[in-house]
Design a protein around this ligand. Structure first.
Ligand SMILES: Nc1ncnc2c1ncn2[C@@H]1O[C@H](COP(=O)(O)OP(=O)(O)OP(=O)(O)O)[C@@H](O)[C@H]1O
Length: 257
């Protein structure tokens, strides 16, 4: 479970930065304003919004990488504000395919991160076997990360994010750079997290992923929450017959020609 209330974040920007003036206060750009939502165990929440809306900033605040200026993040896990080590132990965060040691193999990376989270060698081997199957890592698990393609790296990075079996899974555009087979594997891996009772939050631009996986949708527009609810509520609120149409309505983009 996670409850987020009135999360706000501003960034210091260069005078010449091309940012909307109505969100600028001196040197400060208001990236997020009063974002609130909740997520239950076994629930998948999809974050939608245009480029630069504030999805990554939201996910980075939830992961503890960034600190909010104001607002609360409550979970039934360790506090996001309190002992951050305990919180991180229960969090699996993926942002791009970063966070892997390039000169180690995928297996060595997974092994290293599992052990650093305190898994025993038996638990580590079990987790590596499970993730290798779920994400189809076996063809390249013993190759160095530096030698891998974008899609292989992305799957390895997802493995690294899940290796300690976290309760809260936060993925920023997890299928970026993946081919259709790898995309299906990642989506199925997210589904398995849900089935295992994990709370999953993920940002995406793919409406088919939302339709397939998400219990509720959070739409962020120019740093503000424009919608939070189920797909059916989203379609009904914007009198739309598809998620794309509802999103266009929500983002006030008008009708596609
Ligand atoms: N460290 C930073 N310093 C200054 N501005 C930032 C910083 N990080 C993000 N921003 C700004 O905050 C806004 C929200 O960015 P964010 O990365 O959260 O968007 P997003 O919704 O994830 O976009 P995308 O779909 O392109 O990934 C953008 O205007 C961005 O330029």
């Amino acid at each position: 479970m996670m409850r987020v209330e009135n999360l706000s974040k501003r960034f210091k920007v260069d005078k010449k930065a091309n940012v909307p003036k109505d969100r600028l206060d001196g040197k400060w750009f208001q990236a997020l304003s009063n974002i609130s939502f909740d997520a239950k165990s076994g629930e998948v929440i999809g974050l939608l919004g245009a480029n630069g809306a504030g999805k990554t900033t939201t996910l980075r605040l939830l992961s503890g990488i960034l600190k909010a200026d104001s607002g609360n993040i409550e979970t039934d896990l360790a506090s996001a504000e309190g002992d951050s080590r305990d919180y991180r132990r229960q969090l699996g965060f993926l942002s791009g395919s970063k966070g892997l040691y390039e000169r180690l193999t995928v297996r060595e990376n997974l092994n290293f991160f599992a052990r650093s989270y305190g898994l025993t060698s038996e638990q580590t081997n079990q987790q590596i076997d499970k993730l290798s199957q779920q994400l189809n890592l076996s063809d390249f698990i013993d190759r160095k990360v530096i030698e891998l393609s974008t899609g292989m790296r992305q799957r390895a990075a997802i493995g690294r994010a899940l290796v300690h079996d976290p309760q809260l899974v936060i993925f920023d555009e997890p299928t970026t750079g993946l081919d259709i087979v790898a995309t299906e594997q990642v989506l199925s891996c997210i589904e398995q997290q849900k089935q295992a009772g994990k709370t999953v939050l993920f940002a995406t631009h793919h409406m088919d992923e939302v339709q397939l996986l998400c219990d509720r949708i959070l739409v962020i527009h120019q740093g503000q929450r424009n919608f939070f609810g189920t797909e059916a509520e989203f379609l009904s609120q914007y009198q739309a017959d598809s998620l794309v149409a509802a999103l266009r309505g929500c983002l006030q983009l008008g009708v596609a020609k």
